[in-house]
Design a protein around this ligand. Structure first.
Ligand code: SAM
Length: 220
């Protein structure tokens, strides 16, 4: 059986009883970053073999894990934060398991996108999750152009070192909309800012962006 197990996005207490039970019961835990997951396992005194499963080895590792599953092993996949498969390498393993008729179940929990949407106060009956915008400027701007008339709330993940570039592009292409920046959700420095992008640019020019970010907009 393959278990897709959600883990916290910051606060170690945001883990379900079923997730803990599952992590205690499996033969092997495949983690995006084994050092990161070890902190969680240590906090709950769970001792299980860990193997890494990340962006640069995901295809080879998925094939290896598939063989173990076919031999009858129980494996849990966890990512660094939140729900595996949502903008992270868990996706490859999920698809491979489905294609190979491996019994699979999701142990649900938090995801940064849904946590940010809830905290934003923006309409949530209709939303589109865009994951990370393209890194290259041209592709990123094209993507934003294509979303200019998008209805509903748009959700992006963004890294701290690209935040200002993205805010500049949004400001220019969507004409200085009000957006929500959700930073460090569930952590000590959690912050939800709602303002025009021009004001947010000024804010982050004087407060260097640190931590993890979700951006949300409902500009139509
Ligand atoms: N699978 C994860 C999920 O379910 O949310 C997302 C994985 S993705 C590789 C990591 C990105 O999620 C970060 O770059 C950031 O944009 C967002 N993220 C994760 N934890 C966050 C947090 N505590 N606060 C704000 N954003 C967060």
């Amino acid at each position: 059986m393959l278990y897709i197990v959600s883990t916290p996005i910051g606060n170690l207490k945001d883990i379900t009883l079923r997730a803990l039970e599952t992590l205690k019961s499996v033969d092997l835990i495949a983690a995006e970053d084994t050092r990161h997951t070890k902190i969680l396992l240590d906090a709950y005194e769970i001792q299980k073999p860990l193997t890494s499963f990340f962006e640069h080895n995901e295809k080879a590792k998925a094939a290896y894990l598939l063989n173990l599953l076919k031999e009858g092993k129980n494996i849990a996949v966890v990512s660094d934060a939140g729900t595996p498969g949502i903008s992270d390498p868990g996706f490859v393993m999920i698809r491979l398991a489905l294609e190979n008729n491996i019994p699979m179940t999701v142990v649900p929990g938090v995801s940064a996108a849904i946590c940010a949407l809830t905290a934003s106060g923006l309409p949530s009956h209709c939303f589109i999750f865009e994951g990370f915008l393209p890194v290259k400027s041209g592709a990123r701007r094209n993507k934003l152009e294509s979303l200019k008339n998008q209805e509903g709330t748009i959700i992006f993940y963004e890294s701290p070192h690209r935040l200002l570039k993205t805010l500049h592009d949004i400001n220019e292409i969507w004409d200085d909309p009000v957006i929500v920046v959700a930073r460090e959700l569930t952590k000590k420095f959690e912050e939800i800012l709602k303002d025009k992008t021009s004001h947010l640019i000024a804010h982050f020019n004087s407060h260097s962006p640190k931590g993890e970010f979700v951006l949300l907009s409902n500009h139509n």
